[in-house]
Design a binder for this molecule. Structure first.
Ligand SMILES: [Zn+2]
Length: 356
């Protein structure tokens, strides 16, 4: 057994998905995998390495259904190219030759453009437009940087990133912030024991829920977040949403069932989607959430995605706390976070002890 095989085996154990092209085959099952495959690891003595999927197939092995090793170059390599492309575009080089860029890295232009859409959520040209507009409206900057989101997520998690692409979330992928151009955003407000709640919705779902002291400040914020939309009050249209939220702040209802219309990076979308899966009356830590989205090393990025949540209650970021039990942060104030958790815990306990 050569040194190289030993290194590759170490990579298999670590599920290191940065190893290019090389695959491992398992004699007992007849299946071959990418180095970073998440399926159960085989015994060392049953493993054989091949330089490529083609060689493994030629030797009579079949590709794993889970990691699909026959489907082109490893995603982290593609991801690195996509990130690089994002950077070039963000730097203002949108006119540069995507075809030449792809060819330098061994892809066809078509393939790279397709992967770009899968990973980023919009085509290169759209991303270039948004990046250009973004250089003018820098206030939206922090929310647009897919490059940073991917980098924050760590290359180690790129495989999971790729597998659970935003398009599978059941929410629109990165519908990049044109500030909801030309759309109608209706809002309403309600007074609750926690303060004023302002909720807004497009025709697809709830796009903002804010909690604060002053209604006018919250509405101003709404206008800033959707600068190109028609933002107007419509209490009738949002009366159902208001009822659910009024109950939710008292711990009486679960607001996560409301349809949402969210805009964010693919990574943020994954985090927000996972947040909607944290059960009522329970909490999770930032690390648990990072595990949940397949990016265990990206705890900081996960915390920023929680902080960037614009839809209080409906995307229940208040259910994420620090490992030591401290509350961590909350965009709408720690007191509000504490009150929400208390209300939910009390209501959940009451439900459990209530006779059936
Ligand atoms: Zn596999």
């Amino acid at each position: 057994m050569g040194d190289r095989d030993e290194l590759l085996w170490a990579a298999v154990i670590e599920r290191d998905d940065t190893v290019n092209n090389v695959v491992y085959a398992v004699k007992t099952t007849g299946v071959f995998c990418r180095i970073g495959c998440k399926s159960r690891q085989p015994l060392r003595r049953n493993v054989r390495f091949f330089e490529s999927a083609a060689e493994a197939i030629a030797a009579g092995f079949r590709p794993c259904q889970r990691c699909r090793p026959e489907e082109g170059p490893v995603p982290s390599q593609v991801l690195a190219s996509v990130v690089e492309l994002c950077r070039r575009v963000e730097d203002g080089h949108e006119k540069f030759d995507v075809g030449a860029f792809a060819a330098e890295r061994g892809y066809s232009e078509r393939h790279l453009r397709r992967r770009f859409v899968e990973i980023v959520g919009v085509p290169v040209a759209a991303y270039a437009r948004l990046a250009r507009a973004d250089r003018v409206r820098t206030s939206l900057r922090s929310e647009i940087s897919i490059t940073r989101a991917i980098a924050d997520a760590g290359y180690g998690s790129s495989r999971a990133f790729y597998e659970h692409g935003a398009t599978q979330l059941g929410m629109s992928p990165v519908r990049y912030r044109g500030g909801a151009r030309g759309e109608r955003v209706a809002f309403t407000s309600l007074l609750t024991p926690l303060g004023t709640v302002v909720a807004a919705s497009t025709k697809r779902g709830v796009c903002a829920v804010k909690i604060g002291d002053r209604e006018s400040a919250l509405i101003d914020e709404l206008h800033r977040e959707f600068p190109l939309a028609t933002v107007l009050r419509d209490d009738d249209e949002l009366s159902d949403v208001a009822n659910v939220l009024a109950d939710a702040v008292r711990g009486g209802a679960e607001a996560t069932a409301l349809p949402v219309d969210l805009e964010g990076t693919a990574f943020q979308m994954r985090v927000w989607n996972a947040l909607r899966g944290v059960p009522y009356g329970e909490t999770r830590t930032y690390s648990q959430l990072a595990e949940r989205v397949g990016a265990p090393r990206a705890v900081r990025a996960v915390a920023s995605a929680c902080a960037a949540n614009r839809v209080a209650l409906v995307v229940p970021c208040h259910r994420i706390i620090r490992r030591d039990g401290a509350l961590g942060g909350y965009r709408w104030g720690l007191e509000t976070k504490r009150a929400l958790l208390d209300a939910e815990r009390t209501a959940a306990e009451a439900r459990r002890s209530a006779p059936e």
